[in-house]
Design a protein around this ligand. Structure first.
Ligand SMILES: NC(=O)c1ccc[n+]([C@@H]2O[C@H](COP(=O)([O-])OP(=O)(O)OC[C@H]3O[C@@H](n4cnc5c(N)ncnc54)[C@H](O)[C@@H]3O)[C@@H](O)[C@H]2O)c1
Length: 286
């Protein structure tokens, strides 16, 4: 397998958009696919805004920003990912949707391409199994939000992942300026296994009237030196995504203690998903 030059990204949302941006800035030719044209338009506009801001703040020159923009292409057909050396999937956190996509990718891509998933919680082995004969090229590449800022990439092997794929994925993460840390394939890996119960407990504390949401966050920020309180962080991640992750952990780890608090589910059913809908626990200006 040759070294990675072209990065494909599936899903132009919060995470996919960030991964594509960092890949482009890091010098990789980048191809972004989303099934919704609207998501692509939104992602392009956000990239333009972030690059303009980086130039304004003198974090990069206009020339560098133009070159990064030039390297990132947007496509509306999965076949257009054929030239990518690695495809990083960042679509909705839903096992059925992800496995369907990986089954499709396995039939259409070449046997040289790495199939990475940015899943927060779903078993890499389960996703890899859907890819059939391509299972040895499937790996977890778990970026953190916001991707341009957060240094960590959790790298998770499935049962069948071949060592060469792991090596190249780690090299890509490092070339994107990240630190790759390994974790084993258990629901939630390490990051969400530890983070989600804390977020969930903050919702229980709010639901039981222990303190107001802003005070819960203030206590965790000032007392534990967290840069952001757990409730604001949940808004940032997306309350729907948090519920999906907790459901996967409850089932995957066979333990109901990981199940989402009723209050977070209620906010999700009310369409209060966090920053992306401008209202979750807190309200956000447009
Ligand atoms: N939000 C976070 O903080 C965070 C952090 C780490 C990992 N993740 C994981 O990253 C993934 C994406 O999360 P997000 O927050 O970016 O979600 P998002 O809702 O912002 O973006 C998902 C994108 O995928 C697209 N999409 C959905 N189904 C698709 C399909 N079948 N084919 C192509 N495109 C499709 C949607 O149009 C949307 O643009 C999830 O697996 C999530 O668990 C999220």
């Amino acid at each position: 397998m040759h070294s990675i030059k072209t990065v494909g990204v599936i899903g132009a949302g919060q995470m996919g958009g960030g991964i594509a941006q960092v890949a482009g800035i890091s010098g990789f030719s980048t191809i972004v696919y989303d099934q919704y044209d609207q998501a692509i338009t939104k992602c392009q506009a956000l990239h333009d805004k972030l690059l303009a801001r980086a130039v304004q703040k003198e974090r990069m020159t206009q020339q560098e920003a133009d070159a990064a923009k030039e390297r990132i292409g947007f496509v509306s057909n999965l076949d257009d990912l054929a030239s990518a050396d690695i495809v990083i999937e960042a679509i909705v956190e839903n096992e059925a949707v992800k496995t369907e996509l990986f089954a499709k990718l396995a039939t259409m891509l070449t046997d040289q391409q790495i199939l990475a998933t940015n899943t927060s919680s779903i078993s890499i082995t389960t996703i890899a199994t859907a890819a059939g004969a391509a299972a040895d090229r499937v790996i977890g590449m778990h970026f953190f939000n916001p991707v341009p800022v957060m240094k960590l990439v959790e790298v998770i092997n499935g049962l069948a992942t071949c060592p060469e794929v792991t090596k190249r994925t780690i090299a890509l993460a490092e070339a994107m300026g990240k630190v790759a840390v390994p974790a084993n394939d258990r629901a939630g890996f390490v990051s969400n296994r530890v983070l989600m119960p804390m977020i969930n407990e903050a919702f229980y504390a709010w639901m039981e009237g222990v303190a107001e949401p802003e005070h819960i966050d203030q206590i965790m920020m000032l007392g534990m030196a967290h840069p952001m309180g757990p409730l604001r962080l949940a808004d940032f991640i997306g309350l729907d995504t948090c519920v999906h992750i907790m459901d996967v952990m409850a089932e995957g780890l066979n333990n109901e203690r990981y199940r989402a608090c009723p209050l977070i589910k209620q906010l999700v059913s009310a369409g209060r998903l966090g920053n992306k809908t401008r209202r979750g626990v807190f309200s956000y200006e447009k």
